[in-house]
Write a protein that binds this ligand. Structure first.
Ligand SMILES: C[S@@+](CC[C@H](N)C(=O)[O-])C[C@H]1O[C@@H](n2cnc3c(N)ncnc32)[C@H](O)[C@@H]1O
Length: 246
């Protein structure tokens, strides 16, 4: 772990590494994750994932890896780019089970491969993928730079990475209102619906501690990427980072 980054865990004071706790937490909320996502983000997350597709489309990637794929929404969206291969990888068996049910319902089982695995030790050969995506996953990595370096390793030279992550709005008026929502309303709603007391307290705590903007771009550069860019979305509450493998 980068010693300058504080380690925020889902269940502070309990045993287990961050990775184990993150996997347990997402297992616990997996059945209600999609519902919570739509309600708590007021559907805006759909627009954010569309922006990822827009940025990737010019590269026409043929082999795409969606790291921390969760219930698979971004992986499904990636099919719109007409790639030859889409792989979704995640740590949490519960989230992957939900993705699997969804793919079956939509008749997509043959088009997206799901793999249980760790972003910090990707089970793929180097220089394999044309694009790697992560939506709301990197904040949960135990060793951020290790996860990013692994993404660089499995990408072809010049391959593109697109990372969506929450960020802290700096827009006057919007920032305090969003902060109020994120710190108080969201954890309460999240607790009711997910029935997990910690998951939606961990969310704002982990966002508050996560490196964003220029700081995150520097970490991408250290991890083997160039042409690093950030695009702040929806008053800066979410940022899309893109970069290419050196
Ligand atoms: C907030 S969810 C995002 C899911 C999905 N990408 C989306 O946009 O809805 C974060 C996901 O990251 C996964 N995750 C966290 N750490 C991981 C790691 N080290 N390797 C693989 N997946 C990880 C979790 O299991 C969880 O499914």
């Amino acid at each position: 772990m980068n010693p300058s980054l504080p380690s925020i865990t889902p269940y502070p004071g309990q045993s287990g590494t961050k990775k184990e706790q993150v996997s347990d937490m997402f297992d616990a909320i997996s059945e209600r994750y999609d519902l919570l996502n739509r309600v708590l983000s007021l559907g805006i997350d759909i627009q954010w994932r569309k922006r990822v597709l827009k940025r990737l489309r010019p590269y026409a990637p043929q082999r795409i890896l969606d790291v921390a794929t969760g219930t698979g929404d971004l992986a499904i969206g990636l099919l719109q780019l007409n790639p030859k291969e889409v792989v979704g990888l995640d740590l949490s068996p519960g989230m992957l089970a939900q993705a699997g049910h969804k793919f079956k319902r939509k008749g997509l089982t043959a088009r997206i491969q799901l793999i249980e695995g760790d972003s910090e030790e990707l089970p793929f050969a180097q220089d394999y993928f044309d694009a790697v995506t992560v939506a709301f996953g990197v904040r949960n990595f135990e060793h951020l730079e290790q996860g990013l370096s692994e993404m660089a390793r499995v990408l072809k030279k010049g391959g593109v990475v697109a990372i969506l992550e929450f960020s802290r709005s700096r827009v006057p008026l919007v920032a305090p209102i969003f902060q109020l929502y994120f710190q108080y309303i969201l954890p309460t709603l999240g607790r009711w619906v997910s029935r997990d007391a910690s998951a939606y307290t961990y969310l704002p705590a982990s966002v508050a501690a996560f490196p964003e903007g220029e700081e995150f771009l520097r970490i991408l550069q250290k991890s083997g990427f160039c042409e690093t860019r950030q695009e702040r979305l929806t008053f800066g509450i979410c940022t899309l980072y893109t970069a290419r493998k050196q």
